[in-house]
Design a binder for this molecule. Structure first.
Ligand code: NAP
Ligand code: 3JN
Length: 337
């Protein structure tokens, strides 16, 4: 449990990565009460520095001794690191907010999106999980519709930006673009195929069923966060050559009929949602609009005319912010409130 204080020692594990850097920025921007910031990474980056509140802070190597005196530990260094070090941090007295998949489906670990299930934080035992970015933006938009009309089934196709894979993938997209514009053949390293001017229907590992792990996260995490194991979800996840911002084409089937207009009214006041739906004026959410923003943008709301109670929506958010860093910092804000 977090003791009430005027300010907190905050460790960021994976501080030099795409998500970690965004966490540090969001902590500063939202004026989270930080006493001491402790940036942690592997030995590769130890000794380098990150900027926080106008100061350069030295990055330290993550070790089992890193968490003495840490109140809040924000983890984004991958599942293996979280599996090993989150229990060590929690045992040392820190509350861990983990961005990896390591603990998300553990029954003892709450999986939290502040706009959807903040009450689940009450049951934490030192580790709290942040959902996958694609799940977060989807449930922020769908929970208010679920409360009103009971969602029975979700069919979702994602269009995920390269920043979801991390810093090296962002560099790879840039290098491939440069190579192709110079009439040279790019050499993919991070992805199995060229990502520039291409789409890869492949995120995370394939399972024997033919689905990827990323696709199954959308099912299992949605059920846990919404607290409704009866919701059916089928997903196709696609990597697209966009730097920041994940987009989703979402079809829902509800128990009670919801018109497109009713859905717009509900979403116009929903927490964390920005309705952006005026196709006559070419207004619909796009990753470039969502980059650097906190809200989940929703547009293209239409009734699905192929079934009695169906809706189509287009949902876009900054995957590094609401999909990762911002959601984690919002959880920390709820803990210290
Ligand atoms: P990234 O840009 O590749 O950064 C990885 C970070 O982890 C770097 O700071 C790296 O430090 C650090 N790291 C790697 N191995 C380490 C080790 N053994 N010990 C200590 N630090 C280590 O990746 P990213 O995009 O920031 O993502 C990082 C993780 O966050 C992902 O693996 C995933 O679990 C999670 N994530 C979650 C979401 C979400 O959907 N909520 C989205 C994206 C990522 P060095 O500089 O020393 O290499
Ligand atoms: O690919 C994306 O757009 C999101 C990536 C998330 C991710 C990347 C590497 C490892 C995860 C995650 O959050 O599920 C993990 C992981 O922790 O398994």
């Amino acid at each position: 449990m977090l003791k009430k204080k005027s300010s907190y020692n905050v460790a960021v594990v994976g501080a030099t990565g795409a998500v970690g850097a965004e966490m540090i920025e969001v902590l500063e921007e939202r004026k989270f009460p930080v006493d001491k910031l402790i940036p942690l990474a592997s030995s590769r980056s130890a000794g380098g520095s990150v900027s926080f509140q106008g100061r350069e802070i030295t990055v330290q190597e993550l070790t089992t001794d890193s968490f003495a005196d840490v109140d809040v530990a924000l983890f984004s260094a991958g599942s293996d690191v979280s599996r090993e070090f989150a229990p060590i941090a929690a045992k040392a007295g820190a509350v861990v907010i983990d961005n990896s998949a390591a603990w998300r489906m553990d029954k003892e670990v709450p999986l939290v999106v502040p706009e959807v299930n903040p009450h689940d934080l009450n049951s934490h035992r030192g580790i709290i999980a942040n959902p996958n970015c694609s799940t977060i933006q989807m449930v922020v938009a769908l929970k208010p519709l679920h409360d009103e009309a009971r969602i029975k089934r979700i069919v979702v196709t994602t269009f995920q930006s390269v920043s979801g894979t991390g810093k090296e993938a962002m560099d790879e997209l840039m290098e491939e673009c440069k190579a192709l514009l110079g009439f040279r053949q790019p050499e993919p390293k991070v992805y199995p195929h060229q990502i520039a001017f291409n789409c890869l229907p492949h995120i995370d590992e394939f399972l024997p069923t033919g689905y990827t792990k990323e696709e199954m996260k959308l099912l299992h995490e949605t059920r846990k966060i919404m607290g409704d194991p009866s919701i059916q979800v089928t997903a196709t996840t696609v990597r697209v050559p966009v730097y920041i911002g994940h987009s989703e084409s979402v079809n829902i089937e509800t128990q009670r009929k919801l018109s497109a207009n009713e859905a717009r009214v509900i979403l116009s006041t929903a927490p964390g949602v920005q309705l952006y739906d005026d196709p006559a004026h070419a207004i619909y959410p796009m990753p470039l609009d969502a980059t650097g923003k906190d809200e989940v943008y929703v547009g293209r709301i239409r009734e699905d005319e192929s079934i009695p109670n169906g809706l189509n929506l287009w949902i876009v958010a900054d995957n590094l912010r609401k999909g990762a860093a911002l959601n984690a910092v919002q959880i920390a804000e709820l803990l210290v409130r």
